[in-house]
Design a protein around this ligand. Structure first.
Ligand SMILES: NC(=O)C1=CN([C@@H]2O[C@H](COP(=O)(O)OP(=O)(O)OC[C@H]3O[C@@H](n4cnc5c(N)ncnc54)[C@H](O)[C@@H]3O)[C@@H](O)[C@H]2O)[C@@H](O)CC1
Ligand SMILES: Nc1ncnc2c1ncn2[C@@H]1O[C@H](COP(=O)(O)OP(=O)(O)O)[C@@H](O)[C@H]1O
Ligand SMILES: [K+]
Length: 488
């Protein structure tokens, strides 16, 4: 599990840890890790390389200067561009000068040339102390840096991104690598900021000792997903494994039904029951499906319903699914047709899977606003509907209505998944995991994980279709569970 903590939590944990350590010890740990990471990404050896330090007046600048001093002692030519020369971390600046480094300022005539010629630039403008968009001097440096061919390493965070939300409201540094200290910050895992961070390396500064056990955000890894996926045993039969009902598709969109069933068949339920107007198309592709052309109410027992993909404008099937006492996944038309109070007052759980446009319509804001502040949007929606919400897109997020439960961020996605119908596959897959007995948060996050991996396998670097994604799910499942004992 990879986890991220908010700034306030990091500050409290750092204070507690610092009180137990000699003065400056944490910053030295951070600087040592940072310098080692820089040495790794330098295209040639450290000796003789040209390094520029963009240095703000806080501790983020301090880390950067100490790391620069370490590189200078190994023979790099190091220049610090000081944003506020009279407020620069004094001890760190002395260390750099003693090691042979030099300084200049943001508006010096030599700064653009230094950036253009650098092999490596460290962004130490601002870290977790940054608030609001970058101030003009800092924004000027970020602009100059955008034209530099140098490798860019962001210190703790790319300057200009919001650490707690991943929002980017103005100029920000685009890094090749971000070296972050103690724990991830939410912004490093959530778009748009995640894109600015490049790859992320976490440096252990001993903070795990004082951080609270529950993070703000968590990201499942293979082993976590393997532990959650359902596994049949000798006692299993198709009903005990769970039956998932799919109320989807219409005469206009029969394909959505086929794709949702395709996902559902690969999600761990023992049987898929389809209701709707696309029975012929579904049976033609998947003869193993149990079909009926009644609504969900009369369709027979299921352990979870998927309602909405390609379903059209008839609100009845969605209402009937919501009236059941089993978990319901709402997607596409189902999101639009569901009554909010009905969702809020259900006893059984509801899982909603909107993309940014659908989330925007439900929240009454613009799509751009949802995409700019995905973490806020997913939390707001979960609270408004008292439901678990999976917000699809460039970083898929899953939130429950409980503000203390970490939001999950899916690490496996790929933009190749942005293809018509791949969301239908996801809804079937997640519904199937619900029917197999997973709680909504786990069903949604394991489904997103499998779906993302399947998208990568199906695409393999080239365009792919939703059907191929569904067919790649078993390979993703196998890869995830292969390393874990006792999976059949
Ligand atoms: N507290 C600790 O124990 C540790 C902190 N560390 C480093 O310290 C950083 C936090 O240091 P600080 O609390 O001093 O804060 P920062 O250095 O992140 O930011 C504060 C400075 O940035 C300026 N600033 C704020 N918003 C700005 C904006 N929008 N545009 C331009 N400048 C802006 C402020 O005027 C202030 O000078 C971490 O990100 C990390 O790099 C590490 O050394 C590890 C240990
Ligand atoms: N830029 C992106 N990067 C990663 N995944 C994406 C991106 N855009 C879309 N996706 C994924 O593709 C799928 C598309 O689903 P959706 O928007 O519902 O499409 P449809 O309605 O055609 O099925 C979702 O799983 C979503 O997370
Ligand atoms: K930074």
């Amino acid at each position: 599990m990879r986890s991220a903590h908010r700034v306030e939590t990091v500050r409290t944990a750092e204070r507690t840890l610092m009180a137990r350590l000699p003065e400056g010890a944490l910053m030295q740990r951070a600087a040592a890790g940072l310098a080692a990471a820089c040495a790794d990404v330098l295209p040639r050896r450290v000796y003789g390389s040209r390094v520029v330090l963009l240095t703000g007046s806080g501790d983020n600048g301090g880390d950067t200067l100490y790391a620069g001093a370490r590189l200078a002692r190994r023979g790099a030519g190091v220049t610090a561009v000081l944003l506020a020369p009279d407020r620069t971390h004094p001890d760190a600046l002395r260390a750099l000068l003693r090691a042979g480094g030099t300084t200049t300022t943001a508006h010096s005539a030599t700064t653009p040339t230094a950036l253009a010629r650098a092999d490596l630039v460290l962004d130490g403008i601002v870290g977790i102390g940054g608030r609001g968009g970058l101030r003009p001097d800092a924004a000027h440096l970020a602009d100059l840096l955008a034209d530099s061919p140098a490798t860019v390493v962001a210190v703790d965070l790319p300057s200009g991104v919001e650490p707690d939300t991943g929002e980017v409201r103005g100029a920000a540094v685009r890094a090749d690598l971000t070296v972050t200290f103690g724990t991830h910050k939410p912004g490093l895992l959530v778009d748009p900021a995640r894109e600015y961070a490049g790859s992320v390396r976490l440096i252990d500064i001993g903070l795990a000792e004082t951080l609270p056990p529950t993070p703000a955000l968590e990201s499942l890894q293979h082993a976590d997903v393997a532990a959650l996926l359902p596994r049949p045993t000798g006692e299993s039969d198709k009903y005990r494994r769970g039956v998932v009902g799919v109320a989807a598709g219409s005469t206009r969109y029969p394909g959505a039904a086929v794709l949702a069933v395709a996902g559902a068949l690969r999600g761990g339920a023992g049987a898929v029951r389809y209701v709707g107007a696309a029975t012929e198309a579904v049976l033609a592709r998947y003869p193993e499906t149990l079909v009926s052309n009644t609504g969900p109410k009369k369709a027979g027992r299921v352990q979870a319903w998927v309602a909405g993909p390609g379903a059209g404008d008839d609100p009845t099937p969605v209402a009937e699914a919501l009236a059941s006492d089993v978990p319901v996944l709402l997607d596409a038309d189902g999101l639009r047709l569901a009554d909010r109070d009905t969702v809020r007052t259900r006893e059984a759980p509801t899982l909603m899977t909107p993309h940014a446009g659908e989330a925007a319509a439900l929240l009454g804001v613009s799509r751009e606003e949802v995409e700019a502040a995905r973490l806020t949007a997913v939390r707001d929606l979960a609270r408004a509907y008292d439901a678990t919400v999976l917000l699809k897109g460039s970083t898929t997020l899953i939130a429950t209505p409980d503000p203390d439960t970490p939001v999950r961020v899916n690490p496996t996605g790929t933009p190749w998944l942005a293809t018509a119908g791949s969301g239908d596959v996801l809804s079937g897959l997640a519904g199937s995991l619900l029917a197999a007995g997973l709680p909504p948060l786990d069903a949604a996050s394991t489904a997103a994980y499998l779906h993302g991996l399947a998208g990568r396998y199906a695409a393999d670097g080239a365009p792919t279709g939703a059907h191929d994604v569904a067919e790649a799910i078993p390979a993703a499942w196998r890869d995830i569970t292969r390393t874990v004992p006792y999976h059949p």
